[in-house]
Design a protein around this ligand. Sequence first.
Ligand code: PLP
Length: 712
Amino acid sequence: MFVRDIDLIYTPIPERIARLQEVAYNLWWSWHSEARDLYQQIDPVLWELVYHSPTRFLREVRQDALKAAAADPDYLEQYDAVLAAFDAYMSTEDTWFRRNHPEAEGHMIAYFSAEFGMHESLPIYSGGLGILSGDHVKEASDMALPFVAVGFIYPQGYFRQRLDPSGWQNAEYPKLVFAEAPATPARTADGDEVVVTVELPGRKIYAKVYQIQVGRVRLLLMDTDIHPNSRQDRELSARLYGGDQEMRIAQEMVLGIGGVRALRRLGLAPTVWHMNEGHSAFLTLELARERVQQGEDFHAAMEDIRHHAVFTTHTPVPAGNDAFPVPMIEKFFKDYYPQLGISREEFLNVAHQQQSWGPTFAMTVLAIRTTALRNGVSKLHGYVARGMWNWLYPDTIRDEVPIGHVTNGIHTASWLAAEMRELFDTYVGKDWERNLDDPITWDTVKDIPDAELWAVREKLRRRLIRFARERYNAHLLHNNPNAQPPAVLNDTYFTIGFARRFATYKRATLMFKDVERMRNILMRADRPVQIIFAGKAHPADNPGKHLIQDVYQMAFQHGFQGRVIFVEEYDIAVGRAMVQGVDMWLNTPRRPYEASGTSGQKAALNGVPNASILDGWWPEAYNGKNGWAIGDEREYMSPEEQDWNDAQSLYVLLENEIIPAFYDRDEDGVPHAWLAVAKESIRTCAPQFSMRRMLTDYMNQLYIPAALGSTR
Ligand SMILES: *Cc1c(COP(=O)(O)O)cnc(C)c1O
């Protein structure tokens, strides 16, 4: 088990810069680069070693380095400016929430998610769902919503990806050293630490509640790796989506039921309960149990609870929805349904879904039945979800199935390159961030001089290539300490980025469908092209791991050397470097399996146009001038035919439009036609696919109605 209850031993910090400690414990630093700079510049080498974690940094930094900083007038000037900005952020009364929803004062939104992707140094996320939750919490802070987030600590939640010399993915599970994370025990008003219990078959499980401060918002994380629990239960939250179904149901009980109990112990009474994906859906049962214990009837209580509950579904793939076999539910809930005052049959009926292998208790069904406000995560996904769950509404046509959509967005400040921010400050206007979801704000993107935008784009590409080479060399040396890393990548070549989870539907190898044609595209002497790949496969997903291996080995094929590379360990840091540094973002899912996707939104914001299948968010964004659409807006009966047609479409676009535009330069080497696409991509995507726009929609369509307890 890991160390956490020891006293935190810190290098004493000189009084003049003592608030470095306070800032380290508020993830506000994770979206303010000038705050991170305060740590980094004290010792840049250590900053890399601690993987950009201010709390770890302060534990390990040398005393003389801190003293030197405290005596450096330039440093102190920056320090004072950052602290002033931090104080202003934390204390301002002029907030989005106050301006727009004064009537909702006194309400509170509780947001439940199984993972939170806040920063690369805090490995409590696995992929897209977690990144979205992390961005959601940060924006809730920026808008000053009355908001509390609930999740899990996974001491080994996260696996490190290592590729062997054949490109086969192996997983390593480094332990999160909790004492080094920016978390503190959550405390009641009386100052007591909070431990909640949940009944499992034959035992109680204890979860200690920690909190992480994210700007103005609190993120509560439950941890089962504590003393009274059995060894097995201590490992319960060890891994995210690991383990067997019994572990999973127990995790989901701790998240949903334990999460409600944690909020109660902290004296919180949310009026809006948001389940981000079905993992937390037990929470509405717990809310009903509270009221049945007060003497209410289950059905009457649930009817009221439903109207305060919001459910967001994320997966368009039936197998992606959790469903537990009935005997397992009986084992885990037989003492629980009496507390709801209902029978076993009534309980099972709430979430009944017949599968080919038998009757199940399905978390998505539970979530749909116990919420009145439901949404998918893009317009297309809303439509797909209405089709998937139409069977729950047998008397309703698909279009009237009560599942709407709010298209996903990204937290702008977390993904925007500092150099792009400077351009926006200068040309889009000092106030752009205040009105960042207003399309009018972005009309001024056209005023950015092409030469300046191009200089930034080239700088960001060079930075990415340096980063990718370092990672790639470290990977080769890890497998073979005597390796002579070859020269890879070129600072000036057209650079395509492809980074995502390696699930088969994402079709990472689509561009190699016709290998000779792709080779010709990459190798043209006058228009060279290179591709940077990154992405993990779920440790249990062998087909996904084979795809990684295929891409990895492709890189060693004749003609591809140095132009196709795979960067190990896709995480927030790799993602950030890639969406900022490549020239074009490629997305080739098999339509309609990409519920939304957000990585392309991050790229677009940075002036990196997308070439994408018309799936997820892209059909809403694509306007013919802000990037490229691969294939047609249709589905196919035959996946083979779909792959072939989409690959042909991609080749034609690359050969005839994309690459020529990139290499068409004026006498100063500036590609004006290319930059027109880049600017159009920023102008159209920055506002519409921002987390600000997304949360504004959540407020108007879901949170405010839920707060008032009304139906959609
Ligand atoms: C943005 C992001 C994702 C989600 O991107 P998709 O477009 O859904 O693939 C996943 N992982 C990381 C590290 C990210 O930054």
